[in-house]
Write a protein that binds this ligand. Structure first.
Ligand code: FAD
Length: 412
């Protein structure tokens, strides 16, 4: 027969017609009660204690002599609601056993929670002659239960207050627990968000997801785009983690079994993505504007150089002519001035040429346009160009015309 199979009638022991208690010597019943690990008391029909075993003495702190003849109410802490006693007695009056929890007070005044079972003892005439009370101290069990409940309530309120959607799924991905944000998302999408997001994750990173599941490793911040007809596309950052729980069923008490769960946290990052895109586009615009500005500066300077070269060449030719006259001893001051002007002009030209920025501009460093750090490195498409001019460009006309003015003043 397998462990879970229900036994056939043939497997069950045959009903004996003789009284089985008759085979147990009467003193054994007494010794069994005496030595039982439960607090046992026997009362008359009015709940006056006639007998209490040693465990009763240990649990309550009262000796037999102190309780005999007293009502069991000697143990009552008087905080147990009256209705509990009423239902206790109503049940006993129907000659049915009662089981429940009562707050008891020990002899030393300390309190404990008693898990009490009272059984009416009915004689052959059908009268209740006595009551058998059995109880144990379950204060610690209760404390642990409350602790678990408190932890659960705390976790649930924290999870509910979280600004991200959180959902706990069973191994076959049924929703077991979710928070308020997840419920909102469900209402927005009109479909189970976990199913859509996990399907999209599998489509793009199926292998990675599978490996992470196999090694019980978490997957963090995977960005998933959900596009649905008639709805604005939405971006979500998803994190997946797995955990195991010990099976709590009785079957698994000696043969521990585990249950696997998947925890999915979902953060709507659509707004962040829009901001990133706006920053990227602004960065590109700034880059283009900078390139255009440098290009127009190049053209202006190159034009100025070209225009300045003509008169300078003519001046150089004049200098040569005057040199010849100088050798003959005439026009020496004018020749010297012209010479000086040409030299100055050439120096200016050299300065101008050196000042023309490179055609492509000089790429010096990536600029993190994302000041709050939300962009990844790949998103930093904005680059800043080097300012190639070594001087203030407003000085340019003075640089070009100064030698010319000097020359004219000499000629005049
Ligand atoms: P009670 O005066 O007892 O009255 C409470 C309510 O119960 C009232 O409605 C009253 O009418 C009804 N009632 C009381 N006695 C009877 C009766 N004999 N027949 C019908 N109705 C009745 N109580 C504890 O607090 N802790 C224990 O560990 C405990 N163990 C018990 C073990 C046994 C075997 C039995 C029979 C009773 C036990 N009781 C225990 C119950 C106890 O006898 C009291 O009923 C209870 O403590 C309330 O006491 P009380 O003086 O506050 O109120």
């Amino acid at each position: 027969m397998s462990k879970s199979a229900v036994p056939d009638d043939a497997d069950l022991p045959r009903e004996e017609t003789v009284d089985p208690a008759a085979s147990v010597p009467p003193q054994v019943f007494r010794l069994a009660v005496e030595q039982a690990a439960l607090a046992i008391s026997i009362t008359d029909a009015h709940a006056h204690i006639l007998y209490a075993n040693p465990t009763f003495e240990r649990v309550t702190g009262y000796s037999q002599a102190e309780v005999i003849g007293h009502n069991e109410s000697i143990l009552s802490y008087r905080v147990t609601p009256k209705i509990i006693y009423e239902s206790l007695w109503a049940q006993l009056k129907r000659q049915r056993p009662w089981n429940g929890l009562l707050v008891n007070r020990r002899r030393d005044g300390s309190r404990y929670l008693a898990d009490l079972t009272i059984t009416p003892v009915v004689d052959e005439a059908g009268e209740t002659t006595h009551y058998l009370g059995m109880h144990r101290d379950v204060t610690e069990v209760h404390r642990l239960e409350r602790q678990v409940q408190n932890h659960k309530a705390l976790i649930e309120s924290v999870v509910d207050a979280a600004q991200v959607a959180i959902v706990l799924l069973s191994e076959d991905e049924r929703v077991l627990l979710d928070n308020q944000e997840y419920k909102k998302l469900l209402a927005d999408l009109g479909q189970e968000p976990a199913a859509i997001l996990l399907a999209t994750l599998r489509a793009h990173s199926g292998l990675e997801l599978e490996r992470a599941r196999a090694s019980r490793r978490s997957l963090s911040n995977h960005e998933v785009l959900i596009e649905q007809p008639n709805l604005t596309p939405r971006w979500f950052s998803c994190s997946v983690s797995w955990f195991e729980e010990q099976d709590m069923s009785a079957d698994a008490f000696y043969e521990p079994a585990k249950r696997n769960y998947l925890l999915l946290t979902i953060q709507d990052i659509s707004e962040l993505k829009q901001q990133q895109e706006a920053i990227r586009i602004n960065g590109l615009r700034a880059l283009l504007a900078e390139q255009e500005r440098i290009q127009s500066l190049r053209e202006t300077l190159a034009g100025a150089v070209y225009q300045l070269e003509g008169p300078l060449n003519m001046l150089a030719a004049a200098v040569k002519l005057l040199d010849r006259r100088k050798e003959a001893g005439t026009d020496e001051p004018l020749a010297t001035a012209l010479d000086e002007a040409v030299r100055h002009g050439r120096e200016t030209l050299d300065t101008l040429r050196a000042s023309i920025p490179d055609g492509a501009g000089e790429l010096v460093q990536p600029v993190d346009l994302n000041h709050d750090g939300a962009l990844t490195d790949e998103d930093n498409n904005g680059w800043r160009y080097h300012q190639a001019l070594p001087y203030d460009t407003r000085l340019l006309p003075r640089l070009i015309y100064k030698p010319m003015v000097e020359l004219y003043s000499m000629v005049d």
